[in-house]
Write a protein that binds this ligand. Sequence first.
Ligand SMILES: *Cc1c(COP(=O)(O)O)cnc(C)c1O
Length: 473
Amino acid sequence: MQSPEKKEYEISLFPGSEFQQETGRWLSEHLANAINAVARGHVSPTVDVARFREQLARRSFEEAEPLTELIEWVTDALQQGLVQMTHPRYFGLFNPAPSFPSVVADTIAAHFNPQICVWSHAPAAVEIEEHMIEQLAQKAGMPESSGGHFTSGGSEANNTAVVCALTRATPEFAELGARAFSGQPLIYVSRESHLAWLKIAHQLGIGRNAVRLIETDGLGRMDINVLQETIDVDAAAGAAPVMIAATAGTTNAGVVDPLHACADIARHHAIWFHVDAAWGGALVCSPRYRDVLDGMERADSVTIDAHKWFATTMGAGIFLTRHKHLLNEAFAVATDYMPSNDASVDYYVNSIQWSRRFIGLRLFLSLGAAGWSGYAAHVERGVALIGAFTDRLQREGWRLENDSKMAVACLTPPAGGLSVTEIVDAVVRSGNAWISETRFEGKAVIRVCMTNGRSTQADFDALADQLLQLTSK
Ligand SMILES: *Cc1c(COP(=O)(O)O)cnc(C)c1O
């Protein structure tokens, strides 16, 4: 008997390997051209949104279209409708121009599409991720027995930390939630921390009031005296402090909270000590700057994003903890339909996610191709470029407001000229570069970040020229 002919839809969704290869070759050239064009164009979106919405609304999928035409339409849309992370003058929010090996890793992961929530379904992939976690924990200075997993990003990793802290504070948290505590559970972060903490507390049902935003010391660091006093007062009032989360590299200004002092206070109160090194954590690669993170090794848990200064594709975060067993206490669940339920190896009983993408491959291929020394050079180059850029502006009367060893500068222009907002607007509108406005210690500042592996000295010179021209009298 002859096998039935492939139907139209089968050809579109599951074409033969020849079509796949041909499309793949065409696609890789098409994308390379698109990304090259991006580098020569505007950093900011140029799309006519009204027209774009009309085009989009017409697509109701009543008729099938050729895939290549759809790809052309969508890449065209992305070329015009994005702030371009791959543009060499995107000096933005750590969203990286992705490393090439991580792009390749995404492609590989997409082709095999492994399900890595259970070891038995994907032993090779899970073992690669475990290896990466071990390597990173070691670089972070954590004990050999440490564990962890990849996450969708820093927010999920921080969320995991809070679940662990609450679970360790009282085992009844698992059954009773916030009611397991006789008083309000509290987590302590600085006012300059990444405010995903508020969403996390909300979702976990401990409420946004659980987040104590501790004052900073005028230099953007958590004020240790205020932290100590606040915890003492809260504890005396019957609340339940559960965690201090220090930031090692604030999002705005690359400032590191006093990690040892935070660790001491956490130890004194026997509460969880977390270090959020979402972007600054990449400094673990640099022997030269590693001590910026000194004290991180004392943490109960650490957040590092792969999709920030490590430059992998989004979303890729990392959660590390020295209390590996606690993950299973926090995330265990028994089911009949899962092929296994092994606390020692199955991610779905050790983490927030269930089905999982093979994220760790991005860092495996990137680190494999560059080595730790390649990453050290990547981060050190960023620090050097931002330093030279800042020096030049300072010589022209600009002020550097933040004191950071990381690759971010918070600057204020000379008085009497354009305001911070006017300058940032002018730069972003020009499409020449992307920078942002933020506040540092209550002051409006221009924020310029150099985590972009595609930026060169010439790109920084172009931005400096533009800024100086805007502020020349
Ligand atoms: C970016 C960032 C986060 C959030 O990470 P996502 O990957 O965006 O979820 C948390 N903390 C700090 C310090 C960050 O810079």
